[in-house]
Design a protein around this ligand. Sequence first.
Ligand code: TRP
Ligand code: ZN
Length: 897
Amino acid sequence: MTREGQHSAIHRADYTAPAFWIDTVELCFDLDPAKTRVLNKMRLRRNADVPAQPLRLDGEELNLARVLVNGQGASFKMDGNQLVLENLPAAEDGAFDLEIFTTCCPAKNTKLMGLYVSNDSFFTQCEAEGFRRITYFLDRPDVMASYTVTLRADKAKYPVLLSNGNLVEQGTLDDGRHFAKWVDPFKKPSYLFALVAGQLVGREQRITARNGREHLLQVFVRPGDLDKTEHAMNSLMASVAWDEARFGLPLDLERFMIVATSDFNMGAMENKGLNIFNTKYVLANQATATDTDYSNIESVVGHEYFHNWTGNRVTCRDWFQLSLKEGLTVFRDQEFSQDLCREPSARAVKRIEDVRVLRTAQFPEDAGPMAHPVRPDSYIEINNFYTVTIYEKGAEVVRMMQTLVGREGFAKGMTLYFERFDGQAVTCDDFAQAIADANPDSDLARLLPQFKRWYSQAGTPRVHASGSFDAAARTYTLTLGQSCAPTPGQAVKEPFVIPVSLGLVGADGRELALRTMDGNTVPSPYTFVMTQASETLTFVDIDAEPVPSILRGFSAPVVLEFDYSDEQLLTLLANDIDPFNRWEAGQRLAVRSALKAIAAVADPAPLQPLNTAYIDAMRSVLRHPTLDAAFKELVLTLPSETYIAEQLDVVDPQRIHAVREAMRGQLAVALTDDWAWAFDAHADNGAYQPDPLSSGRRALAGMALTHLCLAARTTGDVVWPGKAYQRFKDAGNMTDRFNALAALVASDHALAAQALPRFHAMFKDEALVLDKWFALQAGAPDRAGNILPAVRQLMKHPDFNLRNPNRARSVIFSYCSANPGAFHRPDAAGYVFWSDRVIELDGINPQVAARLARALDRWKKLTEPYRSAAREALVRVAAKADLSNDVREVVTRALAD
Ligand code: TRP
Ligand code: ZN
């Protein structure tokens, strides 16, 4: 077998407008798992702005039966995967009808792109280039057409027939079949097309918008899952209300549908009026879903809904502009989740969580072989560019724009963006220009060309800060420098525009008033806008050396270097009015201890990396009378192994693991009484509510239990493991139950061996819960190399299924990508396992395989013997014949020098 359509790099600079437009599309589907027939009638027109040329339509894994031009059989040729039509009739307006009849096989579609079958239902996934697997088309986002879709299928097997827009007709056909006809009132690019057919049930909700318009909201799931749809529906209603209130953007459709499927490559997809979701981001009830699941559902439902404006009404000109819709929509879903928080502290918690994702996933990407700008210049496989850089860093770039123009100014900018570009396919430049033009007096407008380097330059900038106090002059001067290391293909970086939010904290912990040299008092927090490689700012009337609190709220996606003393960090941890920097001070102290212990020659086992001051500070936080539980949980969570690894030039994963475990053990033992207090004090009675306050209490109680069980390993205590088992059995919700199970598994207690099978038996029919069960075991702390054999066993479990992405991720990714201490084995067996799985998955689902392939992105930083072994595993994958474009691009970049 050879792979079809192997292609080399596509460059942003090569963009040209399409040679033809497609005005209308009429699709008619005869749905059958083995052979679905697709009749595609299009009205096309030459694009008069580009030189005349043949029509080239994209297609993939299609069986072509017929091509008619203006109703007549037409001659065509194939060029690779493209259907080429020359000598097209040149009517006055350059328009003509094209009718294409093809068949495809949804049952054999394991890539889950295009039309596929999952649990006996039909689903589609077209972004980015899946529509070409359904019919021949100009499958690019700047070709926007009006769609009319007729679905025909067996009525008993597929009672529900859905597509984008409005249902205009339905009825019965011969042979037990029926049909439904849908018309989408909005023009759209092909990647937003969707259909669903199957045995589904829907939760419905009618709502009246501010403007008095009525809408029908529906959430479709498999029968039996209806009792898990309330939270998704509530999240959808909240999303509709929020976009109207914050940005004046109403729902533009009579009907808005969400459908859940258990076979899905990513989180969810924003198809116009017919969002398709991974069940993981829809289904929740208190018995099966954790607080984290609830909050992820809220974010993802919001995210896909917000795409209706940012992505669908205004879409991307080409896939290099992906962050135009994704960065902006992540920013919007982050703001949505924050705005739903009643307490300011809960907003801060959400911000810290978002930054943690950015720093543990995006910073490594930006420093590794797959580094790319927020607006990439080239790619081989676009599926590989749905990255944390496009999404999360892209969101930070939008957030900086909001910081530079203010919240109101940003809303004005959004309004101008839609005034200018509604119904069009545009670029990141167009967006930035609109925000700047709506705020002509802002720093953004003044600095726009330089600001846009955030779109063109890859890599994480470093801000080097230092302070000097002049007691005689009573001044404090901050010197701020910036630099950015080279990334593949970009040797030289020009200075960025970096908004640095900052304040000064007195040695007594109080916030100081900021006065600049000219005598002006500046508002605190103050945002200094850096534009140069180095600059200084001086504050006057300062009586004693202050502690600078820099980059408050993480005002820019940079690494801040400042040579804080431990005392200064303890001051910030205890007093900073900025919750982000308060948390950050604790993280800095922990990283510092970890790095010291890692560098020490001593064997890590008897190591006590944490000093008393740190442990006492953590006790104060844990016992603090007013801080809330969610914030405490974040402060007490040590920086991840991945984050610690990023602070090092040479990485010994086993050493990092040992040191971090030693730190956890120290916290567990030193704070035993405090954890016991915390567990009891945060026990929830009352009915289950997934709100930030009560989920924070559960998170802290769960953390306490984990540490108490860990401490029991050293003290031999049997009470707390017993309590954990009790909690596991009696818990009234999945969060408490799973936390208790995780505490037993993480401490490797004998009771875990009883709890795990019991948990499986309780939830054997709940796929999403079984995913947690698999993931917990594959992600458990390694003790004497026991995890890899366990992972191999899990893959033999009757409930394991490599074809289901959620299940594959729950075992393989949990081990290879989320369990560094178990994966990086001195005997290289983890890497061999990885290469086998990448190759195996590539034959089924290249998109998922390529994600797994990225687990070795940072191999060059590894110390021996890991480094050579990892390289060998990469070479082994790269040497495989018939690799997909997806995996080939990832491993080729990893091996490049
Ligand atoms: N556009 C989707 C989102 O961010 C994600 C997406 C892109 C996707 N390509 C996909 C989802 C392929 C599933 C499969 O919301
Ligand atoms: Zn998105």
